[in-house]
Design a protein around this ligand. Sequence first.
Ligand code: SAH
Length: 257
Amino acid sequence: MSNENKSIHDFDVNLICEYFSSVVRQGPGSPEVTIKALNFIDNLTNESLIADIGCGTGGQTMVLAQHALGHIAGIDLFPKFIELFNLNAIKLNLQDRVKGVVGSMDNLPFQSEELDLIWSEGAIYNIGFERGLNEWRKFLKTGGYIAVSEASWFTDERPTEIDEFWQNAYSGIDTIPNKVNQMQKTGYIPVAAFILPENCWIEHFYTPQAKAQEIFLKKYEGNKTAEEFIASERHETQLYFKYKEYYGYVFYIGKKI
Ligand code: SAH
C-alpha cells in the first residue's frame, strides 16, 4: 500500500470514529434490551469477571455495570472510543468496576477460563458470529455465559435489494434458527434468542445520528469522503425503514458446556 493510500485510509477511520463518538450508541440497542438479556444470566457474584467485546464508547457497558455484579473489561479496537468509555465510567462513578482497554477481538487479553460472562452488542460481525463464538469460548469458565446481538434474517426469503445490500455489508447474516444452531455447534447450550424491538434502531440508533449528521456535514462541508460516508449512512437508514420486516438484530444467549 502506498503512503498516500495509507493516509486516506487513516483519515477515513478517524472520520468514522469522530462521527460515532458523537452518539451514545454505535450500534442498535437500548438499556431495556441490555437488562432483558442480563435477566437470563444467573451466575454472577462480586468476584465475577465480565468482558464487553467491541464495547464502543460504553453505552451498553454502563447499563450492564449498573445492573450486574462483578468487574467489567471493555475491549475495543479504537483508542478514541476507549478514552470516551473510561470518561463515561468516571462520570457514573463506575471506574473501580469498569475499565476500557484497547484491544482486538481476534487477540483478546484474557486467560483461559477466566471469564464468567462475555457480552458483545452489535460487534461480533467484525470477526464473524461463528468464529467469534468458537474463539472466545476458551476464555469462559464452564457454566459461563455468552450474550451477543447480531444481524439476522427474520424470513427464509427476502427481496433482492436488501439481500444484496447485506451480502455486501456482512455476508454472515443468517436466519435465527441457523444462528442458534451455530451456537449449539460451537459448544454452548442456547438459552434464549429474542428480537430487538424497532425502537433500538430508530430511537436509540438512527434518530440520534440524524442530528449528528447535520453537524458533521457542516464541519466537513466540501469534503467528499465525509459526504460519501454520510450518504451511505442515510442509505442504510432508508433501507431499514423499507425492509425492517425482513431483518433486525437478535440477542443470542448461550451457556458454555
Ligand atoms: N457495542 C457498542 C458498539 C457497537 S459498533 C454498541 O452497541 O453501541 C461495533 C464496535 O466494534 C465498534 O466500537 C468498533 O470500534 C468495534 N470493533 C471493530 N472491530 C473490532 C475488533 N477487531 N476488535 C475489537 N473491537 C472492534
